[in-house]
Design a protein around this ligand. Structure first.
Ligand code: GAR
Length: 197
């Protein structure tokens, strides 16, 4: 079994999808060993507590520099013997020390078919606003490796979801979560931990 850390900032529905997949026997190669949040009040932390998963809160403002934050982050992953870090709605940027130490062992879920609607500023519902404004008829979600280009790492998995007449950013966001994100993230985490990718 590989030890995964899930990095969160918000509601944590993707974390919940991982917890549920684990409970249903769909991630036999994965131990959800740690949840790291960059926000104290993230509801995702409640989900972790309810499921007896160790938590760690690392707030940028508690560190003097981006470098110090990066090193603290990397140390927490190492101290907990983490094999794979899973960004699931995590807002902070991963620094070079962590990226260097965990090359090809950090992945992210993004709510569009990358490279469309990715990069700096494309987060959460803003991604869906941009997709609807552009008039795309198909959107979806992507699981990709994290490297030094925001949302630019190699793609591991994607799933397409139709945009429907009358969709709002919120209805599209919800459907993409249900039909794509909560499916492909647990599947990709299991494949990686099983060593199949
Ligand atoms: C998810 O839709 C995730 O794909 C997105 O934020 C949401 C987090 O929801 N991530 C990004 O936009 C990253 N650029 P959650 O906290 O309920 O999992």
């Amino acid at each position: 079994m590989k030890r995964a850390a899930v990095l969160v900032s918000g509601g944590g529905t993707n974390l919940q999808a991982l917890i549920d997949a684990r409970r249903m026997g769909k991630m036999p190669s994965v131990e959800l060993a740690l949840v790291i949040s960059d926000r104290e009040g993230a509801f995702a932390l409640e989900r972790a507590k309810q499921n007896n998963i160790k938590i760690s809160v690392l707030r940028r403002r508690d560190f003097a520099s981006a470098e110090a934050y990066d090193h603290a982050f990397c140390n927490v992953l190492k101290e907990n013997n983490i094999d794979l870090a899973v960004l699931a709605g995590f807002l902070s940027i991963i620094g070079p020390a962590t990226l260097g130490a965990y090359r090809k062992r950090i992945i992210n879920i993004h709510p569009s078919l990358l490279p469309a609607f990715g990069g700096k500023g494309f987060y959460g519902v803003k991604v869906h606003e941009a997709a609807l404004n552009r008039g795309v008829k198909v959107s979806g979600a992507t699981v990709h490796y994290v490297d030094d280009e925001v949302d630019g790492g190699e793609i591991i998995a994607q799933k397409a979801v139709a945009v429907l007449e009358g969709d709002t950013p919120e209805t599209l966001q919800r459907r993409i979560m249900e039909e794509a994100e909560w499916q492909i993230l647990p599947a990709a985490v299991e494949l990686l931990c099983k060593g199949e990718l």
